[in-house]
Design a protein around this ligand. Structure first.
Ligand SMILES: [Mn+2]
Length: 475
């Protein structure tokens, strides 16, 4: 390994040369996708999840399907999250049945061996290959599994399914018949709490998803300039995802400049960016079916204006303080309370909040919640309310402040249940001259935080967020 050291230093010097005068922003991410290959230890994880699930199953059955093209709203096939979490099986056209039956607690069906489908979609595994790779107790054919499911849903036992797969639920309800006593329960009841605590392999994928996303955002910082379109930045982002082996984004990329930075879920990404705009990017690469979710806000021309800088620093300081609250034993809501307190204080100082004790004035600017679980789903499963943070959770921290042009005229309607109209009118009148300096500024900063014993690790730490770093990279 010694031989690599001089080479490494040489690469460091080379990359340093590309960025004279500034420090190089290094992101440790490799293109090599061999980390996605199944190993005996990754197969053990899937087995361990199934055995935990079966322990809590009682006399019911779990019936899941890998999803087919038509049930997926994505362009490419991607397995159902619950199905994949419990099986590790990645192809279309298979069903999994789990039960306490000691002889056949885990059944996988082979996909339809349909030659025409194979011509279009490629070859599929046969029973022997499935037994070897995924280790079920038995395999059954596609035809047999339909008959088996048909008999199970008529037994009256509890059937656990992914209730968000509506097509499949309707299909099973039809099989059970009008008068069937079968209860279709949500598989999440048994699995979601397992999914909340991430295992080392899951963390590894999420770290890589975050590193790829950090690379994408840094590439935008290098490419971005006025008179480019938002979709060109989207292309840089999703192009980088593909370049590093992320097959698809974990959710639709939000790339909003100027007024669009104030639209929370802006997705058209069509606008021509102007000098003086902010650009807000809320994006995430998916890797190994786990997604990142990182937001960065940058000045299109490479330099924050004084007003943009003030709002940015306020969001950033609140976000950093909130991340420090992400410690096992703290409540899920502690970080959010810190954010509210700091942003409230900052907006009072800027003359944008006239009553520091008024939650509706704060929500006039901040609007949305600031945390969610992250995992296979971008808003991942699990119970949020009234719970303590635990090691292994991955949670986003994403405060934002938004100055929508229309917000002033919509305030009466928005807060009619929170305050008297005379109070709202007074607030609007008082803040208007200040508000106008900030119109079309939208700032959100989002990181993905892994809880560890006694602390946390910021998985998205390689995505630059200090003003100084962003401006340096954009030079
Ligand atoms: Mn988020």
């Amino acid at each position: 390994m010694k031989n690599f050291v001089p080479l490494f230093i040489f690469i460091l010097i080379l990359t340093g040369c590309n960025n004279p005068g500034g420090r190089t922003w290094m992101i440790p991410v490799s293109i090599d996708p061999s980390d996605l290959a199944y190993t005996p230890s990754s197969m053990e994880s899937f087995e361990e999840r199934r055995s935990q699930l079966i322990d809590s199953l009682g006399s019911g059955y779990v019936i899941l399907r890998s999803a087919d093209q038509s049930s997926s709203n994505r362009h490419e096939f991607r397995p159902n999250n619950y199905f994949y979490y419990l099986t590790g099986y990645e192809d279309r056209g298979s069903y999994a049945i789990l039960s306490k039956d000691p002889h056949a607690s885990y059944t996988l069906s082979t996909p339809p061996q349909n030659i025409r489908m194979q011509i279009y979609d490629g070859e599929v595994l046969d029973a022997e290959e499935i037994m070897e790779k995924y280790g079920p107790d038995q395999t059954v054919t596609y035809r047999e599994v339909r008959a088996l499911i048909d008999s199970l849903v008529k037994t009256g036992a509890s059937i656990y399914i992914d209730r968000s797969d509506r097509t499949f639920m309707r299909d099973l309800q039809e099989m059970a018949g009008e008068n069937g006593s079968t209860q279709f329960k949500h598989i999440g009841e048994l699995v979601d709490e397992l999914r909340v605590i991430k295992e080392p392999m899951e963390v590894e994928y999420m770290q890589k998803a975050c590193n790829i996303t950090a690379m994408a955002l840094t590439n935008v910082m290098r490419e971005c300039k006025p008179a480019m379109y938002e979709f060109e930045m989207e292309a840089v982002i999703e192009g980088t995802f593909l370049e590093y082996g992320s097959a698809m984004p974990g959710f639709n990329s939000i790339v909003g400049s100027g007024p669009n930075s104030t639209t929370l879920h802006y997705e058209p990404n069509k606008r021509l960016m102007e000098d003086g705009d902010l650009l807000l990017m809320d994006v995430g690469a998916e890797y190994g079916y786990y997604t990142a979710d990182i937001t960065r806000t940058i000045p299109v021309n490479g330099k924050f204006t004084a007003e943009q800088g003030k709002i940015y620093e306020l969001v950033l300081e609140a976000q950093k303080a909130a991340i420090e609250q992400m410690i096992p034993g703290h409540m899920f809501t502690d970080a959010n309370d810190t954010i509210k307190e700091m942003i409230n204080q900052g907006l009072v100082e800027l003359g944008l909040i006239t009553d520091p004790g008024s939650p509706w004035q704060l929500s006039f600017y901040t609007i949305h919640g600031t945390s969610h679980f992250l995992g296979m789903d971008v808003h991942d499963v699990g119970r949020y309310r009234d719970r303590e943070l635990e090691p292994g959770m991955v949670i986003t921290i994403e405060p934002g402040i938004y100055f929508r042009e229309k917000a002033l005229e919509q305030a009466q309607e928005m807060f009619k249940n929170d305050a008297d109209s005379a109070v709202i009118a007074e607030f609007i009148e008082e803040i208007t001259p200040v508000y106008e300096q900030y119109v079309n500024i939208g700032v959100r900063i989002e990181d993905d935080i892994l809880l560890t014993t006694g602390g946390n690790i910021n998985l998205s730490r390689y995505a630059p967020k200090e003003i100084e770093d962003i401006e340096q990279i954009m030079k």
